[in-house]
Design a protein around this ligand. Structure first.
Ligand code: NAP
Length: 296
């Protein structure tokens, strides 16, 4: 086989679309039954060209349908290991092994933990990392969102439509998120913003009841949504290719890693802007580089 694409998010599915059109023999492997984990957890996207507003699930469904319509071969399987062999790579899943001359790794990224007292204890009992997944359980209640990036603001906006009150707690005196999102948040009536505030502890009995801030203030809440950044899912390729101090795989826009024949695309790649559109862009560039490599 010429190429194996690992990961079925925006980057992987775009790579599959480009691979179909290039005529090479390939297979896409993805572990999640829904494919495209981060997109499936995103409520609304307003900055993907051509769509003024579209749900994350709707967009990934369109990506998948597009790839399927072109005949992209896809398999639901969790990759356990990627090993460099003579002339290519051996990719091992729980049930079988594949050989491919090249690999495009689109492992994406996952939520980061905050690391405060009570976070682990109340995980699933009031502490969540996904408003789209768990917001429903807090209908008419009070929640806190921790963080000041795009994810925190997007989640807070989503929760403001379901919950009675949303407290957004961020450590600095300004948001990291895009201005347009922040403006929307500031204009939302049932949102209170706690600037220069950090969590010391999440407290409750069986379920979360309040958070305590490092300055001693206590905020009553039924839920705590933690959105303090993401961490790259790069462990499968960390021994093969160079990664930076934060664990992102080092590769330029051509998506070539330090390992010949291994390419990375999407949020797992070291880059300045992580958006759906830049993940798609990576998918296209990675296939172009892989095809050049295969033709060499
Ligand atoms: P992010 O941009 O890295 O923001 C993380 C936020 O968490 C920052 O406000 C950061 O504070 C805060 N934080 C980190 N560690 C913390 C700690 N220990 N205690 C308190 N606060 C802490 O992460 P993200 O919002 O998950 O976004 C990840 C990527 O996805 C970004 O590239 C983002 O642009 C993209 N994204 C885009 C969209 C969209 O375009 N609609 C939506 C979601 C995500 P500081 O600012 O003080 O560092």
């Amino acid at each position: 086989m010429d190429l194996i694409i690992i990961g079925g998010g925006a980057a992987g599915l775009t790579a599959a679309i480009y691979a179909c059109r290039s005529g090479i023999e390939f297979l896409l492997l993805d572990s999640s039954s829904s494919m495209g984990s981060q997109l499936t957890q995103t409520d609304e996207i307003e900055n993907y060209t051509g769509f003024e507003k579209i749900g994350g699930m709707e967009l990934i469904t369109k990506f998948r349908a597009h790839a399927k319509a072109l005949g992209a071969p896809m398999k639901n399987a969790a990759v356990k290991q990627i090993a460099k062999t003579d002339g290519g790579f051996e990719i091992t899943t729980a049930k079988e092994s594949f050989f491919a001359k090249s690999v495009i790794f689109c492992g994406g990224a996952s939520h980061r933990e905050l690391g405060v007292k009570g976070e682990k204890e109340f995980s699933g009992k009031g502490v969540s990392y996904c408003a789209v997944c768990d917001g429903f359980f807090y209908r008419g209640k009070t929640v806190c969102v921790i963080g000041g990036g795009d994810t925190a603001v997007t989640e807070a906006l989503y929760l403001s439509k379901i919950c009675a009150k949303v407290n957004v707690i961020l450590r600095r005196d300004k948001f990291r998120a895009q201005g347009a999102l922040v403006k929307k948040l500031e204009e939302t009536a049932n949102v209170e913003i706690f600037y220069k505030s950090q969590l010391a502890e999440i407290c409750g009995n069986n379920l979360v009841e309040r958070v305590v801030l490092t300055d001693g203030r206590s905020v009553e809440t039924n839920g705590v949504f933690i959105a303090v950044g993401i961490t790259p899912n790069s462990s499968l390729v960390a021994d093969l290719a160079e990664t930076n101090a934060s664990g992102y795989v080092v590769a330029d826009e051509d998506c070539k890693t330090s390992c010949e024949g291994l390419f990375v695309a999407g949020d797992v790649r070291q880059k300045p802007l992580r958006q759906v559109i830049t993940a798609c862009s990576d998918g296209a560039n990675a296939v172009t580089s892989a095809v050049d490599f295969l033709n060499e």
